[in-house]
Structures are given as C-alpha cells and as structure tokens.
Design a binder for this molecule. Structure first.
Ligand code: UDP
Length: 385
C-alpha cells in the first residue's frame, strides 16, 4: 500500500466501484463517498420484504455485452445465470412482441409474410424524407414507416422523454433492432445474463478490498477534494459546479408498487405504447429471476417525468439545444485539476452497464499509467461531447 494521500471516489455505483477496485488492486488507498444509504447506484437490487422477490429498485437492468473482458470481469464478482430479455408491448388493445420482428409485423398488418416479403413491405412504407435522419422521428419513419412508428414508438417515446420525438436525437432509436425473423431477443449481444444474487451483491464484492473504505450517507462536494491525491466523480456534472450554468435536463422515474398472488403478466417487462396510458411499462420482478420460485409477485408501474432538484436523475435527455450548456460545463471541468468525471451522471451520457464498466476500467488504468509516467489525468477519459 502506498503512503500517499488517498484517492476519493464519488458515488458507489458501477463506475465508482470498478475504479475503486482497480486502484486498490494496484496498491492505492481509496475512499468511496456515497450520498445514498446503499451501494450499486441505480442498478441496486433488494429483496422485497413482503414477497421475498429480488427487486430492481430503480427499474430493470439486464446485463448484455459483446466485450469479453467486461463479461469476465462481472463473472469474477457474481455468479451469472443465463437470462434473455423478451419484452412485450400493449398497443391499441393488443399485445405484441418487441423489438419489432416478423411476428409483430404479421400480427399488426394481419398478414403471413415470409421474411423477404416483410422486408419489401416495410421498405415500401418507410418514409425516406431525409437521407441522413437526425431526429428520433425521422429515424423511426425511415426505419419502420408511419403505422408502426405511431403504434409502438411515438406515444411511448413522448411519455418516456416528455417531448416530441422530433426533438430527440436519432441515437435513442438506434438502440433497438428491427428483425425480419421471429427472433424476439431484445438484445443481440453475445453475453447476456443476470447476477444470481442481484447487482448490489456484485458491487459489494467489487468493493470488498482492504484498500477500499465505503462511506454511505456521505455527500461529497468540490470543497472536500483538496485532501485527496485525485478525485473520480460519478456525481452529476452540473451539481459538482453548483448548477452554475443551470440544470442539465434529466428524466426521473416514479414506481408504483403493487403485489399480486400468482403471475400478474407472464413476463418481466410489458410496455404500454399508447399515449393515453400514463405509464410506460410494468415490470414483474420475479420474472427477472426465473430460477427462483415465489407464490406472490411484486410489480412496478413505471412513469417518467422531468427531474426536479430533489429527484433521482435517470436518463440524460441531451436535447440538441442543450449542447451549448453542456459545452460550458465541459470547459469548466477541463479547468479543474485533480478531478476526473466518469459514468452516466459525470459525463451526462445514456450508458449501458457494460459500457460503464469498460470506461471505468480504461479510466483507472489510464490513471495508473499516468502516475507511473508523470502524465496528468484529464477531466474526462470519455468526453461528453
Ligand atoms: N421505445 C419505444 N417503444 C418501446 C420501447 C422503446 O418507443 O416500446 C423507444 C423509447 O424512446 C426508448 C428507446 O426506444 O427510450 C430505447 O429503448 P430501450 O428499451 O433501450 O430503453 P431503456 O431500457 O433504456 O429504458
């Protein structure tokens, strides 16, 4: 262990835990400051007291990646069970399969298309108004045409993001595939699974190292940074700078918990595509752990809304018009010495768990290489812009 000042990590989510562990394994002393009363950030899982079901407290998290090193990494700290995410959606009084696949297309249009027929049919309906779609709406119209866009994406996206899809970037829709076969796997990644005992147990194992001290219920601010050799902050970028340039836009989620005796919906995730239904989806948590058996069931009805100052931020909105505000925060961060901003909140990006871990590993390794060679650590290893 080095005798130098410890390193501070702000936030005990995936970014903070992976950086802490990598630095501690290299002999550094690390102090992790978490403002909430638990570790694991928004992938926190806990047993529901009434039903015993393992609940994804801040909404569903399914691990999927093509990154073999990240997959090996998570498997070092948790036993993963095979899990495929199969999502259904209710639209106009019917239940369909997602992502949009041959079953969805045939059911929606009342047809019995073969794959090449469906491909030609959708190509005919696709609206190619622009050659290079920039907005979510342009991308969706070019991708599936107006009928499918209105049935499955428009209402859901307005509820999820609180603005018209014409204001949102095309990148959000690019997360979803369109399939001309009956494959209903939500993700296409090679490695997919669920940690048997949940994400909080996995993050606890990552943090379980004699060089790491975790402080729960302990907010950390810029003023606390001076006694540390370096700070890695996964706290919201705008809050670090006291919202000097105004709040960056986030969506937060409300969960209405209810229980059911038996099986409420027969699947883990049921989306509600219609604008008239106020919630976006219902998650039935016991289906995330099909290897367990529970008579009772606990479900969360999920509603998105604008994130206020006291709410938990979930999704960075990143409207095109917010780019300038973000650029000012990025410039401020660049003038900061000895602080590096990481993760979804620190870099204000929509990050999947595997990408978060990959970036955290890269960031910590860069720090270790820099301390060995005398290179200063930048404010961002992966910049927000
Ligand atoms: N989406 C939609 N209808 C759906 C599911 C998703 O319109 O039934 C859109 C919505 O805008 C969402 C985006 O596709 O934000 C990405 O979906 P994903 O399932 O990746 O969202 P997440 O799981 O991150 O909430």
């Amino acid at each position: 262990m080095t005798g130098a000042a410890p390193i501070a990590i702000v936030g005990a989510g995936l970014s903070g835990a992976v950086i802490a562990r990598t630095l501690a394994d290299a002999g550094h002393r690390v102090e992790v400051f978490e403002s909430r009363d638990h570790i694991a950030g928004n992938c926190h899982t806990a047993r529901d007291a009434e039903t015993g079901v393992l609940v994804h407290v801040y909404g569903p998290h399914i691990f999927h990646t093509d990154d073999a090193e990240v997959w090996d990494y998570v498997n070092r700290f948790a036993r993963f069970r095979p899990y495929r995410n199969r999502v259904k959606t209710t639209s106009g009084g019917q239940v369909y399969s997602l992502p949009v696949n041959l079953h969805t297309i045939n059911q929606f249009f009342g047809r019995t298309f073969r794959p090449d027929e469906a491909r030609a049919f959708i190509a005919q309906r696709a609206e190619r108004g622009t050659t290079d779609p920039v907005t979510f709406e342009e991308q969706a119209l070019a991708f599936v045409g107006r009928e499918l866009y209105e049935a499955f994406f428009k209402g859901y996206t307005e509820k999820q993001w609180g603005c018209p899809p014409s204001d949102l970037p095309a990148s959000i829709l690019k997360r979803l595939p369109l399939r001309f076969n009956y494959d209903d796997d939500y993700f296409f990644h090679r490695f997919q699974g669920m940690p048997e005992e949940g994400y909080t147990a996995m993050v606890a194992a990552i943090l379980d190292h004699p060089g790491i001290a975790v402080h729960l219920n302990t907010p950390f601010s810029r003023a606390d940074a001076s006694s540390f050799a370096h700070v890695f902050s996964s706290a919201p970028l705008d809050k670090w700078f006291d919202i000097t340039y105004g709040s960056l836009g986030y969506r937060t989620l409300d969960f209405e918990r209810f229980t059911y005796e038996g099986d409420y919906q027969g699947c883990a995730v049921m989306n509600y595509a219609d604008a008239a239904v106020p919630y976006t989806r219902v998650t039935e948590h016991k289906h995330f752990a099909p290897w367990e058996s529970h008579a009772g069931s606990v479900c969360y009805r999920e509603t998105a809304r604008a994130c206020g100052p006291l709410d938990i931020p979930y999704y960075p909105i990143r409207l095109v018009r917010e780019k300038e505000q973000l650029a000012r925060y990025v410039a401020l961060a660049a003038s900061e010495t000895r602080t590096t901003f990481v993760g979804r909140l620190g870099t204000y990006r929509y990050l999947d768990m595997d990408v978060t871990i990959r970036e955290a590993l890269d960031c910590a390794r860069r720090y270790l290489a820099g301390t060995a060679s005398g290179q200063p650590m930048p404010a961002f290893v992966t910049p927000p812009l």
